[in-house]
Design a protein around this ligand. Structure first.
Ligand code: PMP
Length: 459
């Protein structure tokens, strides 16, 4: 029986009775009922009531080539018929992960040439943590095991990824994190720069917090620093240009590995294949997932730099780690086709040269001036809109986060799917967006801001 045989009400009731959702208050969900998305095409998603929404989040930062691409369905179908599954343990391999690894080595920064597969970003970060600690053990420095991360970082939801992340609410529920992970300040100038401090100076100060944490522990105790090049779930926080070069300099000075989490920024989002290239960084690991398959299949790839892999190969010894679905043949076939489409359609260049700059200009010219907006910022096709009560003082509405939810609800009612985190609206659209789609989004967001303002005034 297909879902069309059920009414919306029935689907919502079954959902409430049997389906536990991620990051959800289940009491609230049962009262409100879930929105059931039934199909999608190009940049649009549709719910069971026929509402058409322009998807400003590319699903969950992942559907970079848009919905309804037959080529990906065909790639999956062909691979499922030929070889739906075989593992890559016990000195076995299958063709698609082999070819995908070659492709990833071609597009990654030049010091990054090997790949370890999983099914999710969280798994890839677990792998990264285990690999980095294993690296220092076989280098004969097992005490070099501390990881420096940032407050408000999001690295996933497994125990290791939650521990790496810097979300207080998640840590509280974890009630016992993986030890030896510390969190320093985030490079968020709008929220944290001192009065009169330039973005440049603020970026250096935020980078200095990494050096302080290394010195506090002693460099011989610090394995690595991990960061999202642009913090995503924490509110699209784009660091000042001074930040990453300084962090890289500090990591090199103290022989601390540099781990990038590009689960969101990978595969074209910032106008290069990887944000490492946008910011000119040569990391030791790059965690990727999401847009690797444009979300059509669950797949993650931890890209590993030559420094780590040459030690693994030279010293030998088994790395006791792997997943049943590491290098899944179907997921890798879909990823290969997805990367081919991104390349053929020139989506990375389009973001860099056309839609990225147009998106930035549109947000500045059409959204930044609104009374509710404290700041807009973007890089490539990811952006943020800070919702404030007072533009000059940056005062927020109370309770915290409520104003952004009001904006979001009006946006959805007006055909625009975007996300609110805290008091920040977030955009991360498919890379197939054109100038026209950006215009449509700005019009709908502008309308949502007007309606939200009227509501907030009444309150
Ligand atoms: N890292 C980052 C930067 C992310 O944004 C996410 C997911 N939003 C993850 C890791 C975790 O990925 P997954 O949900 O696939 O486990």
């Amino acid at each position: 029986m297909t879902y069309q045989n059920y009414s919306l009400k029935q689907l919502q009731q079954i959902d409430a009775a049997h389906h536990l959702h991620p990051f959800t208050d289940h009491k609230e969900l049962r009262e409100a009922g879930s929105r059931i998305i039934t199909h999608a095409n190009g940049p649009f998603i549709y719910d069971s009531e026929g509402l058409e929404l322009l998807d400003g989040m590319a699903g969950l930062w992942c559907v970079n080539i848009g919905y309804g691409r037959d080529e990906l369905a065909e790639a999956a179908y062909a691979q499922m018929k030929e070889l739906p599954y075989y593992n890559s343990f016990f000195k076995c391999s299958t063709p698609t992960p082999v070819l995908l690894s070659k492709k990833l080595a071609e597009i990654a920064p030049k010091n990054v040439n090997q790949v370890f597969y999983g099914s999710s970003g969280s798994e890839a970060n677990d792998t990264a943590l285990r690999l980095v600690r294993h690296y220092w053990v076989i280098e004969g420095k097992p005490e070099k095991n501390r990881i420096i991360s940032r407050k408000m970082a999001y690295h996933g939801s497994t125990i290791a990824a939650t521990s790496l992340g810097g979300m207080d609410a998640m840590h509280k529920q974890l009630n016992g994190a993986v030890p030896n992970i510390v969190h320093v300040m985030m490079p968020y100038a709008y929220g944290l720069a001192l009065p009169g401090e330039s973005d440049h100076d603020f970026g250096l100060r935020a980078a200095k917090s990494v050096e302080d944490a290394i010195l506090e522990a002693g460099a011989d105790k610090v394995a690595a620093f991990i960061g999202e090049p642009v913090m995503g779930a924490g509110g699209v926080k784009i660091p000042p240009a001074s930040y990453w070069p300084e962090v890289q300099r500090i990591c090199r000075k103290y022989d601390v590995l540099l781990m990038l989490d590009e689960v969101i920024t990978g595969y074209g989002r910032t106008g290069e294949w990887f944000a490492a290239q946008t910011f000119g960084i040569e990391p030791d690991t790059i965690t990727t997932a999401k847009a690797l398959t444009s979300g059509y299949q669950p797949l993650s790839a931890l890209l590993v730099g030559d420094r780590i892999t040459s030690t693994l190969v030279e010293k030998g010894g088994e790395f006791n780690h792997g997943y049943t679905y590491s290098g899944h043949p179907v997921a890798c076939a879909v990823a290969l086709k997805n990367l081919e489409i991104i390349e053929q359609e020139g989506l990375v260049e389009r973001v860099r040269n056309d839609t990225g700059p147009y998106f930035a200009k549109a947000l500045q010219e059409r959204i930044a001036g609104h009374d509710l907006v404290g700041e807009v910022r973007s890089i490539g096709l990811m952006g943020a809109i800070e919702i404030v009560k007072d533009k000059a003082t940056k005062e927020r509405f109370l309770p915290s986060g409520s104003a952004a939810v009001t904006v979001r609800d009006h946006a959805i009612a007006n055909g625009m799917m975007l996300r609110a985190t805290g008091d920040t609206m977030i955009l991360s659209p498919p890379l197939i967006w054109t100038r026209d789609t950006i215009d449509m989004a700005c019009e709908r967001i502008g309308k949502a801001l007007d309606l939200a303002q009227a509501d907030l005034r009444k309150r």
